[in-house]
Design a protein around this ligand. Structure first.
Ligand code: TYM
Length: 326
């Protein structure tokens, strides 16, 4: 059974990315069956500065290595396996414009302004479907915001299988139930996002202790003064409780029990400590790896080889049943 997921190198990843998806990138069997892709072609839809873009891609790779993901999984860069775009083109001929127009992430990212959105942003979910189907992936660890895209990948796989031949398996999203959606620190009704222009809204994996302290201390709460897990009436506090419970690997009930009758300042101080306990060792390793070009190159080379081999086999089958000269 193949597990696959992707993260965009569109900025330093946040604890939302980490707790919502990356922490779920666990070993299930062998390196060949756990594939984690740095989806730089997706990130290109935000038209990044080329030098910064390359740095961010390398930085995400170094973070994966710091997290030990390369020990049990294949890590690779999307643009280094050209079959992703090849399959995306074929799937584009099967998707309907209406289906893409209904994608909520497209609506958000284009600010409902079709005239100015680039076409890559519009067809983004098709490339994502190609990422997944290229490897016959069955389990996709992601946050809640990707569910609609995975549903579209299933639709396209079914449509292709019915029209041509049964080639694709139907992928299933694997949500980390508690952390499926981590909210912004200063606007807890919005998702925490690495592309948010206000850095106070997120904790980056590379934030130092001083920055984390400032951000958590200034995070939005409410005037009730009581610690409850109540997303509707106390979204800020509930979000902080979720983050704490994930950092400490305890349930929400255990978290509430611990903070019951305490002040918000007590919750925030403990949360800062809990986040730092997770991030400090990751950062130590990250800073050792980021300048070690040899390790980075080796991981990339190994990853590209494994991914490419699988992708070529799948594309041969696809091209054949579609009737394309290969
Ligand atoms: P991206 O780069 O926006 O986010 C990477 C992963 O982090 C999850 N995530 C969150 N989870 C919980 N709370 C949050 N606030 C939060 N913010 C982000 C995302 O759900 C995601 O799992 N389209 C994808 C990348 C992609 C992909 C794929 C994923 C491309 N191809 C194939 C899976 C399979 C994206 O933009 O992720």
């Amino acid at each position: 059974m193949i597990t696959f997921s992707g993260v965009q190198p569109s900025g330093i990843i946040t604890i939302g990315n980490y707790l919502g998806a990356i922490q779920n990138f666990n070993p299930n069997s062998s390196k060949e069956n756990n594939l984690y892709c740095i989806v730089n072609l997706h990130a290109l839809t935000s038209n990044p500065d080329p030098l910064l873009f390359k740095e961010q891609t390398k930085s995400l790779l170094a973070l994966y290595i710091a997290l030990g993901i390369d020990q049990h999984s294949t890590i690779f860069i999307q643009s280094q396996v050209k079959e992703h775009t090849e399959l995306a083109w074929i799937l584009q001929t099967l998707v309907k414009m209406g289906e893409l127009e209904r994608m909520t992430q497209y609506k958000d990212k284009s600010n409902n302004n079709k005239e100015n959105a680039n076409a890559g942003l519009f067809t983004y979910p098709v490339l994502m479907a190609a990422d997944i189907l290229l490897y016959n992936s069955e389990t996709i660890p992601v946050g809640q915001d990707q569910l609609q895209h995975i549903e579209l990948a299933r639709t396209l796989a079914t449509r292709f299988n019915n029209k041509y031949q049964e080639i694709f398996k139907l992928p299933v999203a694997k949500l980390n139930k508690k952390g499926a959606k981590i909210y912004s620190l200063n606007d807890p009704l919005k998702k925490m996002s690495k592309s948010d222009p206000n850095p106070k809204s997120y904790i980056s994996i590379l934030d130092d202790l001083k920055t984390i302290t400032k951000k958590i201390k200034s995070s939005t709460t409410d005037s009730l003064g009581e610690i409850n897990y109540d997303i509707e009436n106390q979204p800020g506090i509930s979000n902080l409780l979720t983050i704490y419970s994930l950092c400490k690997n305890i349930t929400i009930d255990q978290t509430i029990e611990f903070f019951k009758d305490q002040k918000y300042s007590f919750l925030k101080e403990n949360l800062i400590e809990a986040i730092w306990q997770i991030l400090e060792p990751i950062q130590d390793k990250y800073y050792q790896i980021i300048d070690n070009q040899k390790i980075i190159d080796q991981v990339l080379k190994d990853g590209q080889k494994i991914a490419k081999q699988k992708a070529e086999i799948q594309m041969k089958k696809v091209n054949k049943v579609v009737g394309l000269y290969d």
